[in-house]
Design a protein around this ligand. Structure first.
Ligand code: SF4
Length: 503
């Protein structure tokens, strides 16, 4: 891992949505593994659920503490199958999240659900726990296609799940459908889409099947056991969907997503606007203050390492007093340590990394440098049994004169496994690639305010070329994909990868 990736400031603390981050919570359990799925999810590891929930709650508490209880505007419980968790487990995860983070009163809190989990009791409990948006994986309303996708539910269960969500009080319901499936005709697709629209969802996500390498479905297609999906037919299905959704009054606000006005996914908008988010759980990705980082992928190893954090003296009252200067973590003079109900030592939820104490990344000789150079700490690093745990990143940071903050802490614990600093040029490219997915495209004014350069200064030639190809449209307010550009989105996005002009 590049040690330069291990520093970032705590997110600005505030109460408004402008300072809020998104929070992704990964649930890696599925009752069965669908043959097309390459997500970091597993079937047959249910015995891990109780310990996993403890580990996840611990990670939430630690991040809440390390980041100074940041404001959270959106939460997404994804996976995996969050609805597969017992209701009390869901409740405890959401409860811990509320303790550890400052959840905005109107926060969007989404749970992904499989139709076969959507009993009235389960969804009533989910509502009771504070979840206010549900995303149901319908995928198709054709039983034969559902079976060939390896789904556990049938069409009747999918219909029932959408209705149960309404009766349970969900006022924001998303339904997922897939198209471009092997042996799926245009008529099949039209029927599924019509059936979904009869359920009056607030939001619809339509995804073309992708044959992911190393999945059973890709192998079956390669071996000729399953028909290769026809991309031209998939394009026809997409165009049909555009017409159906438009006539139903849905806004096609992102390439794969349609919403009734006001029901756009606020959590996904954080991603598409290249905003800040924290991901917890194995394999979860985060993007905070010009740093992208990802957790280790194995749920079993994740649990083991989280358990070790509880055992490590870094968080214990006695050992912290021995070698960890309070100001290193910005935790001030009050006692930051408490025991939770599992008996672990944790940083107090009220303790903070004060941004003002953090040095600027790479800055030598700042106050942070002073922290690391603290003789008591050096001495302790030499003497502490936690030396192995602490030393690699601490030493590399010490060389650079910066205080290792939250990411470094989690990297030392083996939870954050990869991280990279995002350069301003990369951030510009990524903002273009993500933002062009939206119907609103890239606002010329917002781009300039964020990067201090105009769109033309950063990407003038590329934009002009794409406008000539009728893949982009532009007006004084900004640029956006044309209808043709939406069909060829990847072609457009690839033009913005590693653009020297953005450097
Ligand atoms: S239920 Fe969803 S996450 Fe789980 S295996 Fe199937 S597609 Fe993947």
């Amino acid at each position: 891992m590049d040690p330069r990736a291990l520093t970032f400031e705590a997110p600005a603390k505030g109460t408004g949505p402008e300072t809020a981050i998104g929070l992704y919570v990964h649930i890696p359990f599925c009752e069965t593994k669908c043959p097309y799925c390459d997500f970091n999810t597993y079937a047959g590891i249910e015995p891990l659920i109780p310990e996993y929930v403890l580990a996840l709650r611990k990670e939430l508490r630690i991040w809440g503490s390390l980041l100074g209880r940041p404001t959270v505007g959106t939460v997404f419980l994804g996976g995996g199958t969050p609805s597969y968790l017992p209701a009390e487990a869901l409740e405890s995860v959401v409860g811990t999240m509320r303790d550890a983070f400052e959840l905005l009163p109107d926060a969007e809190v989404t749970m992904e659900a499989n139709p076969d989990d959507c009993s009235p009791a389960k969804l009533a409990d989910a509502r009771g726990a504070g979840l206010n948006r549900i995303s149901i994986g319908v995928q198709s309303l054709d039983d034969r296609l559902l079976k060939s996708l390896g789904r556990r539910h049938d069409a009747a269960q999918a219909v029932s799940a959408a209705r149960t969500a309404r009766s349970a009080g969900f006022k924001n319901v998303n339904l997922d459908l897939m198209f471009g499936l092997p042996d799926q005709s245009l008529a099949h697709w039209e029927d599924s889409l019509a059936g979904v629209m009869e359920l009056a969802p607030d939001h619809v996500s339509l995804y073309a099947l992708t044959l992911e390498p190393n999945t059973p479905l890709a192998a079956w297609v390669k071996a000729g056991k399953v028909a290769d999906p026809d991309p031209d037919l998939a394009a026809d299905m997409y165009e049909h969907a555009e017409d159906v959704m438009a006539s139903a009054g849905f806004r096609h606000y992102e390439i794969s997503n349609w919403a009734r006005p006001g029901f756009e996914s606020r959590h996904n908008l954080v991603y598409w606007t290249n905003g800040p988010y924290l991901g917890v759980g194995p394999g979860a990705h985060s993007h905070l203050r010009a740093t992208r980082f990802a957790n280790l992928k194995s749920p079993r190893e994740y649990i083991r390492r989280m358990r070790e954090i509880a055992l490590t003296p870094i968080l214990s009252r006695r050992e912290r007093g021995d070698f960890l200067p309070a100001q290193t973590w910005g935790i001030g003079s009050h006692d930051p340590v408490e025991r939770n109900e599992e008996g672990d030592f944790l940083l107090s939820p009220t303790s903070e990394i004060a941004p003002s104490r953090a040095p600027s990344p790479g800055g030598r000789g700042g106050r942070g440098g002073g922290d690391v150079a603290d003789p008591a700490l050096r001495q302790a690093q030499g003497a502490s049994p936690a030396r192995t745990f602490l030393s690699p990143t601490w030493e590399s940071n010490e060389e650079r004169g910066v205080t290792p903050p939250a990411t470094a802490f989690m990297a030392q614990a083996g939870i954050v496994e990869s991280a990279e600093r995002v350069s301003p040029a990369q951030e510009m490219s990524e903002t273009m690639m993500m933002g062009l997915r939206l119907d609103t495209g890239i606002s010329a004014r917002a781009f300039q305010a964020r990067f201090g350069r105009t769109l033309d200064e950063a990407f003038g030639d590329i934009i002009a070329g794409l406008v000539d190809l009728e893949l982009l449209a532009r007006d004084p307010s900004g640029i956006r994909l044309t209808r043709r550009g939406r069909l060829l989105g990847n072609e457009v996005f690839s033009r913005f990868v590693g653009v020297p002009g953005a450097a």
